[in-house]
Design a protein around this ligand. Structure first.
Ligand code: GDP
Ligand code: MN
Length: 383
């Protein structure tokens, strides 16, 4: 689960990581009554969306007066911000964060992630903050360091960056606090980019991103409460409520598959035949009439979809039962688009026979290759 910058800073503040003072607004009228608490005359106005790269896209602006703050808030709210991390459609700005501005001497990068290859918590530190760490790693590899740590609070980072001991101490102090926040909240990532050194020599987190381990969220109702559904794809949220994993994409062939690996293979083979999948959809282990119906509804709510490929492996669930489920769902939803179905596993012959005799616009396929060719042919005939 992902949260906004202002929420991540709120959490980090509780763990004594230095962050600028700030407050959140959803209208420019709210600025006046709260701004005095910042006790400054340089402000930063920041669009809150679940994506970075806002600075370059006009989503982070420095303001020198309250009038300017109000103007920027007004301009940003309800505008669409397109950054390299949003979809090409961009993301609507519904909240704006206003902070006391900092005077920057230098920008650093500091994050704490789980390195899946070593299975260890790993700090990533760079003397070149403010930019994408991926770019720094490619262009200036010597300026990025990774420090894996054991599950203990005894570690030291950035000793070898030519920094003064005072600076190293301050950065390490922040790293230890980040570590505490990470463990206490079951985070999966904390990224501070930039971590800045101010002109007075203090270190402060100017940006903050936190992700959490979804499997541990049940332990953190206070974090679940921070979820902002407006930032998520509506269909993906709906799918998750039915236990379906759905990711929307740009193509025109809807895919309904059980198992993430099979879903990936299905998307690959569609691409292999020069077509584009409209989505990734894993119905999980239970391909019942109800889940099939919900899955088809979600797939067909995307009006780019011109045909659907159903690729189900019947293990515990028998293919004849799945075939009945698909037929009932197709009738109930009066689906007229071509539906190619490939069933494999227990009772697949029976499943295929049921589909062929349904009298509906369902094309039964043998094997994944045959299925992919058939749906691509159907869809290309339509367009
Ligand atoms: P991102 O572009 O979405 O990652 O947003 P950031 O919060 O990282 O802000 C982008 C950039 O804006 C930072 O790298 C800074 O250079 C600049 N910035 C943000 N806050 C301040 C501030 O308080 N003072 C100054 N001078 N620049 C800031
Ligand atoms: Mn940033």
């Amino acid at each position: 689960m992902n949260i906004h910058e202002y929420q991540a800073k709120e959490i980090l503040r509780k763990f004594h990581v230095p962050v600028p003072k700030g407050f959140i607004v959803t209208s420019s009228e709210e600025v006046e009554s709260q701004i005095s608490q910042l006790q400054t005359d340089i402000f930063v106005v920041k669009a809150q969306i679940h994506a970075g790269g806002r600075g370059k896209a006009g989503g982070v602006r420095l303001a020198k007066s309250i009038k300017e703050v109000k103007q920027f808030v007004h301009d940003m709210l309800h505008s669409t911000l397109i950054t390299h991390q949003t979809s090409p459609m961009g993301q609507c700005v519904r909240k704006v964060y206003i902070e006391a501005g900092s005077s920057i001497k230098k920008e650093y990068y500091l994050s704490l992630v789980i390195d899946s290859s070593s299975g260890k918590l790993t700090f990533v530190f760079s003397s070149e903050g403010g930019m994408d760490i991926e770019e720094v790693a490619i262009n200036f590899p010597s300026k990025v360091t990774k420090i894996s740590i054991d599950l203990s609070s005894k570690f030291r980072i950035c000793d070898d960056f030519g920094l003064h001991s005072k600076q190293v101490e301050k950065i390490n102090d922040i790293a230890h606090k980040m570590y505490e926040a990470f463990i206490a909240t079951d985070a999966s990532q904390i990224e501070i980019n930039p971590l800045v050194e101010t002109s007075s020599g203090d270190f402060i987190a100017l940006d903050a991103k936190m992700n959490f381990d979804d499997n541990a969220l049940y332990r953190h109702p206070e974090i679940i409460a921070l979820r902002d559904y407006d930032e998520e794809v509506k269909e993906e949220v709906e799918a998750s409520q039915y236990g379906l994993s759905y990711i929307k994409m740009d193509g025109n062939i809807g895919c309904m598959v059980n198992g993430a690996g099979l879903a990936m293979a299905t998307m690959d083979i569609i691409k292999y035949y020069n077509a584009e999948p409209a989505n990734f959809l894993d119905v999980g282990g239970n391909a019942s009439k109800e889940t099939v119906t919900e899955a088809l509804k979600i797939i067909l709510s995307d009006n780019k979809v011109k045909g659907v490929l159903v690729n189900i492996f019947g293990g515990i669930m028998r293919c004849d039962i799945i075939a009945h489920g698909i037929i009932e769902a197709t009738k109930e939803m009066r689906i007229s688009l071509p539906l190619v179905v490939r069933l494999s596993g227990t009772n697949f012959e029976e499943g295929k026979r049921i589909l062929e005799n349904s009298g509906l616009n369902i094309i039964a396929a043998d094997g994944l290759d045959d299925a992919a060719r058939k749906i691509v042919k159907e869809v290309s005939c339509l367009s």
